[in-house]
Design a protein around this ligand. Structure first.
Ligand code: CFM
Length: 539
């Protein structure tokens, strides 16, 4: 059934009035006739609600920093935080120099009660010495967890002294978990430190080739970045640095010489993309390498940016060859997928990126949303000036950068830039909502209760989300596709990735397993209770 305002109201009526008022602002029914549909995002989850979000530390250390392979990432905090951000996100890496690949290590100061009472700075300094002695890395990162911020350990002082002592890059990240309403805050913190202390530290002054690019916001989950790089290299691009899938400190410090930055995940990396433009004059292009048409569009937009006929021809040649190879295979899977519907709820960018790929397989996305996206990820960057800065947002300082006197260089003339902006998403992102079909549901920070309610109403054929919610949904007899770790499959990017995705989705639909499931709540009575307004008797 389609959901209209009345049905939505009934769903929300199950909440206490205050919760209803809050959640209502986070849910919209897409209506293209309205000039503007505002959604509330990047605000605190109501305590007690089961959310899929993570903490700021997870966004900084786990998401953005973690994939950099030639840095040792020290977690200053209890071992649980270190373990939580280690080994679960499938950011793959292989190193040209095996002695400088630390991706498999979990390094932590393992703070104990006595460290909390007496301070952890000395322990951290000893740990850095030990890491240098054992691993001899070119760079180290130190990320703070909640207790570190609470007791006030001075990370900056410790890392500065250690940097002088050892003569290598040692950067500190004050990304205590409580710093933001979600992992999104951690992305911003990591972006700031890099721009301030890593990008531009290399001595490269000229790009190694005419078509030198950086790929920003691509984390090589399940090998995505390798597939993207395969295509780009074949066309003739030089990929200088990837932030941060299979990425390296050595490449990052020279990334200032690129002619163009590609932005795959806008949410996690737009801060540094903007700062690159101000400091070095490097424009950014919003790309999407998930889905065949999106990949083709992205490649064509890149070729248009450089404007070189040879490059344009080579781009078309590669597209034609790849299409001829993958289309017949995908057509087979399409027969199984055609006419199905999907929910697509992921972190801060994939809910948008995967809709095109679903569509190519004949699957319509009827509900989508972000765990922690901001309003611009939904509504497009043009609304950024309208976003009200609340206390939580102000917690993360904006790094103010200015043009680098020596290295700032306009990569293309302002006139050409303006002309290109009319044709391609140069330094711009239009958000997810614009591409969603009328009548579809857009939900920010979808919670467990709403997941079940929307499933009952819309009965999707597949639920694309994460590990926290997938099993409850599978017990409802609906196949679930993890779009964070890909359920140990992938890559899903580029041409080869689209084939792999089609295969996996078709397999999920074709499996008879779902009919054999009898969830526990079918036979056992559910707990029943009522929600009292105004809190419990204890408060
Ligand atoms: Fe960007 Fe990501 Fe995502 Fe993200 Fe993430 Fe991820 Fe994600 Mo999981 S950086 S916002 S913080 S695309 S880990 S690789 S899948 S929630 S949609």
């Amino acid at each position: 059934m389609a959901i209209n305002e009345k049905v939505l109201e009934e769903l929300l009526n199950q909440y206490p009035a205050k919760v209803k008022r809050n959640r209502k602002k986070h849910i919209i029914i897409k209506d293209a006739d309205l000039a503007r549909q505002e959604i509330e995002a990047n605000t605190r989850t109501i305590p007690g609600i089961i959310t899929n979000r993570h903490c700021a530390f997870a966004g900084c250390k786990g998401v953005v920093l973690g994939p950099i392979k030639d840095m040792v990432h020290i977690v200053h905090g209890p071992i649980g935080c270190a373990y939580y951000t280690w080994g679960t996100r499938r950011n793959k890496a292989k190193s040209e120099d095996p002695t400088q690949n630390f991706i498999n290590y979990c390094v932590s100061t393992d703070m104990q009660e006595s460290d909390i009472v007496f301070g952890g700075e000395k322990k951290l300094a000893r740990m850095i010495d030990e890491v240098v002695e054992i691993f001899k890395p070119n760079a180290i990162s130190v990320s703070a967890t909640c207790p570190v911020g609470l007791i006030g350990d001075d990370l900056q002082a410790v890392t500065k002294a250690a940097q002088q002592k050892h003569g290598i890059s040692i950067t500190a990240y004050n990304c205590e978990g409580y710093k933001g309403v979600s992992q999104s805050a951690g992305h911003h913190i990591a972006n700031n430190v890099w721009m301030d202390q890593i990008v531009g530290q290399g001595d490269m002054e000229e790009p190694p080739s005419k078509y030198t690019i950086n790929i920003l916001g691509e984390y090589n989950i399940g090998g995505d970045s390798w597939e993207v790089e395969r295509i780009l290299k074949e066309i003739g691009y030089t990929v200088l640095s990837v932030m941060t899938g299979d990425g390296s400190y050595e490449a990052l410090k020279n990334s200032h010489v690129a002619e163009l930055n590609l932005v795959q995940c806008h949410r996690s990396i737009n801060y540094i993309a903007e700062m690159f433009e101000t400091k070095y004059g490097t424009p950014w292009l919003k790309v999407n390498f998930i889905g065949i048409q999106s990949t083709i569009d992205s490649l064509r937009n890149m070729a248009l940016y450089f404007g070189d006929q040879d490059l344009i021809n080579k781009t078309e040649e590669v597209i034609a060859r790849e299409l001829a190879r993958v289309e017949p295979v995908i057509d087979q899977y399409k027969k199984i997928c055609q006419g199905k519907t999907a929910f697509c709820f992921v972190g801060g960018s994939r809910s948008h990126h995967y809709q095109g790929l679903f569509k190519e397989l004949g699957v319509e996305t009827v509900l989508a949303g972000y765990e922690f996206g901001h309003r611009d990820d939904y509504e497009g960057r043009e609304i950024i000036p309208e976003i009200k800065l609340d206390a939580d947002t102000k917690n993360i300082p904006d790094l103010h950068v200015t043009p680098d006197e020596r290295r700032f260089r306009l990569k293309i003339s302002p006139e050409r830039m303006e002309e290109l902006k009319k044709k391609i998403p140069l330094s711009d992102y239009k958000g997810m909502n614009i591409e969603m079909k009328d009548g579809s549901i857009i939900v920010d920070d979808l919670n467990h209760f709403e997941t079940e309610e929307f499933i009952k109403l819309l009965k999707p054929d597949i639920f694309a989300s994460g590990i926290k919610d997938k099993y409850a949904v599978q017990k409802m007899g609906i196949p679930s596709k993890q779009l964070h770790s890909y359920d140990y499959s992938g890559p899903y990017a580029g041409f080869n990735g689209a084939v792999k995705f089609a295969e996996d989705i078709a397999m999920a639909f074709a499996s008879p397993t779902w009919n054999f499931i009898t969830p526990p709540w079918k036979n056992e009575p559910l707990l029943e209770g009522t929600i009292a307004e105004g809190g419990c008797s204890a408060c």
